[in-house]
Structure formats: C-alpha cells, structure tokens
Design a protein around this ligand. Structure first.
Ligand SMILES: Nc1ncnc2c1ncn2[C@@H]1O[C@H](COP(=O)(O)OP(=O)(O)OP(=O)(O)O)[C@@H](O)[C@H]1O
Ligand SMILES: [Mg+2]
Length: 253
C-alpha cells in the first residue's frame, strides 16, 4: 500500500506519518517512510535525534527509480535509507539547505517515480509525509499520482476540513483511488461530533478520529519518538484506522 499523508499546516501530518509507520512496522510490515517536507521533521518523530535526522542523506534531485531509471530500488534503499529503532526505513526526499536554491520540483519528480513502481518488492507499506498545502496535487504530474490512498489529516477546525474537501476533488482528478479524512487532536466527545457533522457537510469520508494525546505533546517537547508514550486511546484508534484501510477492497488495475 502506498499512502500519502496530506493536510493543512500543523494538523499533525508528520506525527500521524510516524505513528502509522511505527504501527505497520510493529505488525511485521516492511515500511518505507518518505519525508518530502522541505523542513524535514519526520526523522525526529520516528525517534532519531536531530543530529541523526540532519544526517539522513537527501535523495538526489530528479533521480528516476526503477526499470530504465538511474538507480534500482534496492540500491536506493541501501544507499539512502536510514533504519530507525522502530524498524522503519526513512528516506529524505527534499531538504532546503541554502537560501535562494530554487524550487523543489525535481525532488518531487523523484518521489513520483518512487511511488510509480519502484518499491513494489522493497516495502509492504510506503508512506509519504507531505508538506502542507495542495501543491503536491497540482504540481506537474502530481507528486502523489501513484498513491493508493490519501489520508487528509484534519484538526477540529472547519478550515482543515475544507482543505480535506478540496484535496478530495483534486485527488479524484488525478485518479487516486481512495481519499479519507482523518481527524486528529480531538478532545472527545465534542470534537468527534464536530468532525462527523462537518465532514458530512463537505462529503469528506471520515476514516477515524485520533484523540489529543499528552504522550504526543510530551514526545514533541522532548524531541523523542512520537509513539513512545502514546495513550491507549490513540493506539486503539490507530489500529481501527489500519483495519479500515485493509478492509476496503483493492480497486482492480
Ligand atoms: N494527537 C495529537 N495530540 C496532541 N498533539 C498533537 C497530536 N498530533 C499532533 N500534535 C502536535 O501538533 C503539532 C503539529 O504536529 P505535526 O508537526 O505532526 O503537524 P504537521 O501537519 O506535520 O505540520 P506541518 O504542516 O508544519 O508539516 C506538534 O506539536 C505535534 O506534537
Ligand atoms: Mg509536517
């Protein structure tokens, strides 16, 4: 499964990417997590120190992966992948290290080619943590055009749900088979009701609602693995979301 994690700024995309990656790895899956944010933080949320995160090699721009490309998927994972203590292989696709260095389009083309075919034998689950906004869907060809599922993370705010509705429309145009809204930072039960009502209003299919969790807050402040002190409610809901993703029958190719 190839999952794109998208949504409005600050809703919890990186946190959810880390928690889902870890959960899939704990279930025995081979997980590749790709950080495509130009301000990359996924490594820290996966339990690497800041120094280790900064040391993750960035994929060369415009590298084409797979048959007829510049590098095989095996070579790519060996050369650029960093394995975390939780058993997730992290790839860093985009990093801005110099002011005025130009746009990141070529890095997005690499991610597109990666998702296209290349990791079929290397990963059971590939997750892509995206930068906020909708550009990954409008960009030439669409960075996430080959994703099987988009999860649009939302916080309990109308604007983040409207972002999910806009994402849904663009994802449909790109031909991405499944897109869901995933509520996050919910103070239960009133925020769960808000997600249900407003998602229904904008026709956003709601796959789950993750509670606001003090374990996530503490991990963020300490700069440690987002999943290290996770509350039982979040773990239960993550399991439910993973089961729901598995239950939906694959769209025939
Ligand atoms: N379920 C949660 N409970 C409590 N805090 C959370 C939860 N999910 C995320 N957060 C906190 O919200 C903040 C933003 O999270 P995160 O960095 O994952 O968002 P993002 O969508 O990736 O942001 P950006 O748009 O900058 O990439 C962080 O401080 C994170 O610890
Ligand atoms: Mg992020």
């Amino acid at each position: 499964m190839k999952l794109g994690i998208v949504g409005k700024g600050g809703v919890g995309k990186t946190t959810v990417s880390a928690l889902l990656s870890r959960a899939y790895a704990q279930r025995g899956g081979r997980v590749v997590a790709i950080d495509t944010d130009s301000n990359p933080n996924l490594g820290v949320s996966l339990g690497l120190s800041l120094v280790e995160t900064e040391a993750v090699p960035v994929l060369p721009r415009a590298l084409l992966v797979g048959t007829g490309g510049d590098v095989s998927a095996d070579e790519l994972i060996t050369k650029y992948g960093t394995t975390t203590a939780g058993g997730v292989t992290l790839l860093s696709a985009i990093r801005v290290t110099a002011a005025g260095a130009g746009c990141t389009c070529a890095g997005h083309a690499t991610v597109r080619s990666l998702l296209g075919e290349a990791l079929a034998d290397q990963a059971d689950v590939t997750l892509v943590d995206m930068e906020a906004g909708l550009e990954h869907l409008s960009r030439s060809g669409g960075t996430l055009a080959y994703a099987d599922v988009l999860l649009v993370v939302m916080e309990p705010s109308r604007k983040s749900i409207i972002t999910a509705a806009r994402t849904l429309a663009l994802a449909e145009e790109l031909g991405i088979p499944r897109t869901y809204g995933l509520g996050n930072k919910a103070r239960l039960p009133e925020d769960a009701d808000f997600f249900a009502e407003v998602c229904a209003e904008y026709n956003v299919p709601l796959i789950g609602v993750l509670p606001y969790d003090l374990g996530v807050v503490d991990a963020d402040r300490a700069g440690t693995d987002a999943g290290s002190g996770l509350g039982a409610d979040v773990r239960t809901e993550l399991d439910r979301v993973i089961s729901a993703l598995e239950e939906v029958p694959a769209v025939p190719s």
